[in-house]
Ligand binder design. Structure first.
Ligand code: C5P
Length: 666
């Protein structure tokens, strides 16, 4: 996951390959609650690991359920409908799929068994309505106290109280279908007699009710229904665990990759595994909307394949009530269309993680798009004159994910721009590795991938600075010195004459080099510690003078230029390897400072050292690096000079990030 303040996406050019989707959020949280209410153990496989499921799992633990997690498998020992804890304070983050059904389940359990439970969430959760559900539960006889603004969490659910199960429970269906879902999940707990639920108003997001009903059936509850107007939970209903249950991939998450296929899968399709034609989730019908905009879609039971059909895409007018979440993706696809796209019947967008109609309109306009909105609709005009923009994501995972698709603007206009996604980690709500997954299937011109070079003499602090800058920007890091060190080490081990450049260069292609978790491996051996030794540094500077060795390592270094960007440190990063780098830094510090730093570094690792000896070694190495004819150590003409003798690491990092920001178009 990119846990950074912003992620910059350079222009992306195409897409192909296979993605495996994380588990569905809607199914994951329903299944967890159903398992918790059933008797005995349920093994839940392919569970989504995300913020929303994490708060649900914490809540279930607080209620006394046995929870054992092993990767994406969770084993739950349920309550069998009996409250083990009679008091709990449950923090449910911004997870509507946890807040609504837990409120209903705890309200009816407290009514019949006694207890006091508080449910709360983040500030935005306290702005998301729950009044219609509370009204329905109060009508039934539950005792619910508003702890904040009436109609919104936080709430206290208290019992015992008498439930009027003989009269129908009435709930509004036109604000959020989660209210009805919550009642359908909770009322089997108290179904001594038939319980009738009646929906007031037009029920929205019906496909989510289908998911609820299908999962209830898996847990032994056969709800009888009269269209979408009334639902009856039969007397004597009891939750029965299916023992084991698999969670489907998230169909709403699939929408980003379906759109990706429609926009950018030009030569080969994008294959999406985890959802398909047999999916329980209504959002899988997003493929029909994408096809109407021009995508070519093939579907199997558990997979989809999508490629570009019409280009530009075709603008359309669509009632999106059945695909409220995935429809946000259409608003971004609309930028690539041949005419306006109007999405209607999307009032529920206004009460989601953020006011999504307002959010989409505001951010699309930043890119230059013309957008109109109404209470329950949005219209987006095609965009050809794109502006680089910094996209605010409102702590809404879907805003972040769908705006990543704007990085393909270079496919529809000659003047491609970069896009900055603020707070990209908000995708953790449903898809923590979204950006990594995206980067795994997109193509980019290497020249578009941003590079920062940090060159300078030995022990100037390049490595530390590069690591910190890389961390701040989410960029990969190339420690080019390590490549020369490895080469020197391998040449010495092979008994080669280090002055024979051709012979040393010849071993480079045979090196089984890999980089994992910041460590360097030669074959299976972790050589990181050996590489850092002073003696290896001297070997490196010996082999580094030979042009054949430098040529042999050239492509290897270029291969590090990958999305979303690279920080490369060494001696010739800005002059020879990445002469087109967006920012070049030449780092210096006095020889005395550098010798002292190296001395402290060695002592802290328990290695004995002598400061004047170290200084002599440094100076000898610098001399050789500066005076060699092949790529000598010297600042690039356009390098920013940074003497960090008197600077802290933080100050150096801030300086480099400041220079970087000046070069960005945002
Ligand atoms: O940066 P580090 O101290 O690990 O580099 C070891 C040696 O490798 C340097 O002294 C230099 O001779 C060589 N080197 C180089 N070009 C680079 C990086 C390192 O010549 N880009």
């Amino acid at each position: 996951m990119f846990k950074i303040p912003f992620l910059d996406l350079p222009p992306l050019r195409g897409a192909a390959g296979t993605v495996r989707l994380p588990g569905s959020k809607s199914i994951s949280n329903r299944v967890l609650l159903l398992a918790a209410l059933s008797e005995g153990r349920t093994v839940v496989r392919d569970l989504l690991a995300s913020d929303d499921t994490a708060v649900m799992l914490e809540a279930l633990k607080a209620l006394g359920c046995g929870v054992a997690q092993d990767g994406d498998t969770v084993s739950i020992v349920g309550l069998g409908g009996k409250l083990l804890a009679k008091q709990a304070q449950l923090f449910l983050g911004n997870a509507g799929t946890a807040m609504r059904p837990l409120t209903a389940a705890l309200a009816v359990l407290a009514a019949t068994q006694g207890g006091s439970f508080e449910v709360s969430g983040v500030a935005r959760m306290h702005e998301r309505p729950i009044g219609d559900l509370v009204d329905a539960l109060r009508g039934l006889g539950c005792s619910i106290e508003d702890l904040g603004q009436p109609g919104y969490p936080p709430l206290r659910l208290r019992g015992p109280s008498t439930l009027a199960l003989g009269t129908p429970v009435r709930v509004r269906g036109d604000v959020s279908s989660q209210f009805l879902t919550a009642l359908l999940l909770a009322l089997p707990l108290v179904a001594e007699r038939d319980i009738r639920i009646e929906v007031i108003g037009e029920l929205i997001s019906k496909p989510y009710i289908e998911i609820t009903l299908a999962l209830l059936a898996r847990f032994g509850i056969g709800v009888k229904r009269e269209g979408w107007q009334a639902f009856v939970i039969p007397a004597g209903s009891r939750y029965r665990s299916p023992g084991e249950i698999f969670v489907e991939g998230d169909a709403s998450s699939a929408s980003y990759f379906v759109a990706l296929g429609a926009i950018a899968a030009i030569d080969a399709p994008i294959r999406i595994e985890g959802v398909g034609s047999e999916s329980l989730q209504g959002d899988v019908r997003f493929i029909e909307a994408a096809a109407a905009m021009g995508a070519v879609v093939q579907a199997g039971p558990n997979w989809l394949e999508v490629r570009r059909g019409a280009w530009p895409l075709k603008g359309l007018t669509l009632d999106c009530n059945h695909i409220p979440d995935a429809a946000m993706t259409l608003a971004v696809m609309a930028l690539y269309a041949d005419g306006p796209t109007t999405l209607t019947n999307i009032a529920s967008w206004r009460v989601k993680e953020t006011d999504r109609i307002a959010a989409m309109a505001t951010e699309l306009k930043k890119l230059g798009a013309q957008v109109d909105e109404g209470p329950d609709w949005i219209r987006v005009q095609p965009l050809r004159d794109w502006q680089a923009a910094s996209i605010h994501t409102y702590d809404d995972h879907r805003v972040a994910m769908c705006f990543s698709l704007t990085a393909f603007n270079g496919l529809i206009t000659d003047r491609a721009v970069s896009v900055r996604i603020l707070e990209p980690h908000c995708v953790a709500k449903t898809f923590p590795d979204y950006f990594e997954t995206l980067f795994g299937v997109v193509s980019v011109n290497a020249a578009d991938v941003p590079v920062i070079t940090i060159d300078g003499p030995t022990a100037s602090g390049k490595g530390t600075l590069a690591d910190e800058v890389g961390k701040a920007l989410g960029f990969g890091v190339l420690d080019s010195g390590a490549l020369y060190r490895v080469t020197g080490l391998a040449a010495r081990r092979a008994g080669l004459d280090l002055d024979d450049g051709e012979a040393v260069a010849a071993i480079v292609p045979t090196l089984e080099l890999s980089f994992r978790d910041g460590q360097v491996f030669l074959g299976k051996e972790d050589v990181s510690a050996r590489l850092r030794a002073e003696a290896t540094g001297l070997l490196a500077s010996q082999v580094a003078v030979h042009p054949p060795v430098r040529r042999a390592l050239h492509q290897l270094q270029l291969d590090f230029r990958r999305l979303p960007g690279l920080v490369a440190d060494g001696r010739d990063m800005g002059t020879a390897i990445f002469p087109d780098a967006d920012l070049k830094v030449f780092l210096t510090a006095s020889a005395a400072t550098r010798a002292e730093r190296r001395y402290k570094q060695l002592i802290s690792k328990g290695i004995s050292a002598n400061i004047s000896g170290l200084r002599e070694d440094l100076e000898a190495r610098d001399e050789r690096d500066k005076n060699r004819s092949a790529s000598p150590l010297e600042p690039a003409q356009d390098a920013q000079m940074l003497d960090n003798s008197a600077l802290t690491i933080e100050a150096s990092v801030d300086q480099v990030l400041g220079w970087w920001q000046q070069r960005r178009p945002f």
